[in-house]
Write a protein that binds this ligand. Sequence first.
Ligand code: MN
Length: 388
Amino acid sequence: MGQERVQFFDTTLRDGEQSPGCSMHTTEKLRMARQLETLGVDILEAGFAIASEGDAAAIHTIASEVRGPQIASLSRARKEDIEAAARALEPARSSRIHIFLASSDIHLEYKLKITREQALEQADAAVRLAAQLVDTVEFSPEDATRTDVDFLCKIVGVAVNAGATVINLPDTVGYTIPQEYAALFRTLRQRVPGMEKVTLSCHCHDDLGMAVANSLAAIEAGARQVECTINGIGERAGNGALEEIAAAMHVRADKFPFTHGLHLEQLYPTSQLLSRTISYGPSPNKAIVGSNAFAHEAGIHQHGVLSNPLCYEIITPAAVGVPSNRMVLGKHSGRHALAHRLTELGHSLDRDALEEVYQRFIHLADRKKAVYDQDLLALLAPMPAAQT
Ligand code: MN
């Protein structure tokens, strides 16, 4: 038997897009969707059709033009939502309606103002209707991680009976921790009849900084779909970052023996395209795609990386599409990195000349945060007599 596959469900254009500073026009969404297709995502959630005409139009355009991934629309468990989603998805090669319905008591009582019994009825009717209209129906009991587990099993059982073949257990508010989230997946698999025919999915938020850890815990516990976004954008603190989950599965393939459809060298280009499209990019220290993720300034680290990158890098920049590791020259740098950069700039110096330039370099670096190529070239120029 071959390795099991983990499907990547990208929601950059839905959960990501609905967060502040991240809204995109149809043309921008289409450009991102094409890049996500190149990246190799399995399912592309293109929007929330009932939310606005613009969202519906963007889903329709993406469904017409992007033929690789299955295209999904979010939908509440309501007839008009489901019909709007189905209309938007009509041109898709393969279509999915992603129905969500709150299952936690706090959401049922204060937000939806319905009883548990009414929630079960709504879930049943909504999934049955959607199953007649699209290829795949996914059901998400919203706020699953704060839902009474008996009721969670009950509502998931109803959705599976009604025709949902993907069950997502969203950590809507970023509340869970890895061991607890993993246990939830195991419980559902054990207690809900028919789960062997269902793909379990995780969807995590980063309110406590654990979205990626929780996603990986869910995969270990049987999730075979992971919902995530590029650069981790999404509601509040964001969603699990696709590039981090993918890189973790790659670097720690010993712990995650699964196949997937992603081309990892497209991670950085996809992150860059998103950064240019919305109003902000990843922080410099962001894993995998941040500008410092493969940068080294400390001399010992620079010497090590130049000798063998694996001394201080667990994954090569090239593997995730980052052009090359960035040696930042500053006061922490040593002679090795300076000589390396000077050689790249076309100046191979002998030992004495290098030492002389190095002393000038350290003097400059003490006053400047980073030393750029033009500074180095200036250091090479003969110094005026008054300053020697
Ligand atoms: Mn979400």
